[in-house]
Design a protein around this ligand. Sequence first.
Ligand code: CO
Length: 215
Amino acid sequence: MILYDQVFENNQRWVADKLRLQPEYFSELSSGQNPDILYIGCSDSRVTAEEMTGVEPGQMFVHRNIANLVPNNDLSSSSVIEYAVAHLKVKHIVVCGHYYCGGVKAAMQSADLGILNPWLRNIRDVYRLHKSELNAIADEGERYNRLIELNVEEQCINVIKMATWQKSFLTTGGPQVHGWIFDVHSGQLKDLQLDLEEKLSDIRSIYDLGTTNNI
Ligand code: CO
């Protein structure tokens, strides 16, 4: 049987398993969501947000796109962040990149990819911002991995540029923003330990939106 045909069978088995352990599982799930984490990751089929973190349905709000980007004028990721911060009141925002990312790889090459060009240009901009550090890395594989990490850092910075995050963070201290990397080769998840509070104080004079003038 090909994979597509198994999906509904898998679903029936999953429903039965859940109900066997907890007969009220789905009726409780339908009463609402209260996730603590907003996860922004890559669409790559090998990087499973829920499975690799072991979270259950209802615990993590998820947004995925090619190369885990948060572009300044992207309505989709901006709306997800707005909803997660202002309405769901998540405590953590994670931007998760991954080694072996095809999106980042494509942005390191001279190739015209049509409608993907403006999307991947966001990663070329990350390269330009960190050109001296990246060009000093002789090994291409290491340079590729470093660009993946720097892309996560820049997307975290794009989150903290947003009025909705600044307003929430400067009044309540949250949500905290974290940069993660998933290593497809080992299955390991690592925290880049980025200090976004320090980043904010560094760039606040540029990106301050006046929403928090009294703080
Ligand atoms: Co990717």
